[in-house]
Ligand binder design. Sequence first.
Ligand SMILES: Cc1cc2nc3c(=O)[nH]c(=O)nc-3n(C[C@H](O)[C@H](O)[C@H](O)COP(=O)(O)O)c2cc1C
Length: 235
Amino acid sequence: MNAITEVKTDINAQIIEAFNSRHATKIFDPERKVSDTDFETILEAARLSPTSFGNEPFRILMIQSPDKRELFREFSWGANGMMNGSTGQLGTASHFGIILAATGELMRAGSDYLQDHYRQVKQLPEEVIEIFNGAYGKFQAEDHKITSDREITDWSGKQAYIVLANMMTTGALMGIDSCPIEGFDMERTTQTLAEHFGVDTAKWKPAVMFAFGHRAKDPEFPKTRRTMQDTVAWF
Ligand SMILES: Cc1cc2nc3c(=O)[nH]c(=O)nc-3n(C[C@H](O)[C@H](O)[C@H](O)COP(=O)(O)O)c2cc1C
């Protein structure tokens, strides 16, 4: 083995080790916080994530104040410890947040928001923006038939899940635990975001929640997955 192959083999092993040790953490050690530097890296992985057409149809809301977190407890069964008699991810996570998905108002082809995004963020020249509008319009209307507000918001939510996956993998590679969370009442979460967080829910809807920290204890059961053969087909 030459030096490059050795380094590569080492990286492969580190990646698989990170994926094996990552588990959906239900109870974090409330005394062990994730450092600002490490969490900035996790957020940077989120920010740099790929999105369809580069539209970045997501935002991240960090909820660190215990009082603010409590607003979600009653209707967030996936984060409130009801399965294990603890204060759950809401009560114990070092970092807790919600990824918001952009609705049709922002993500419909040709929207003012997207024109701004193409100009200000992507710095595209006007003629390329025209091409983008046409291609994205066809994608929505014909290719994927994503036309209702619900369909567009769900499409934004798909992008949000890629962001979340990248955040969790980044955490796992740094030895930081996490939990993806969709065990919450969508309507009441939306209402809470509007009432207490100033979110314009005509434009942004909750997609998924997340918690980061360090596990209070190792999982009770070993990780189970289908075999590679049952997971992947090659042609
Ligand atoms: C999108 C998504 C939503 C999830 N929602 C919750 C949740 O609300 N609460 C929870 O404790 N776990 C939640 N999980 C964790 C899964 O139950 C867990 O990933 C799965 O059982 C596999 O276990 P592992 O991640 O520990 O390997 C969620 C996972 C995903 C990917």
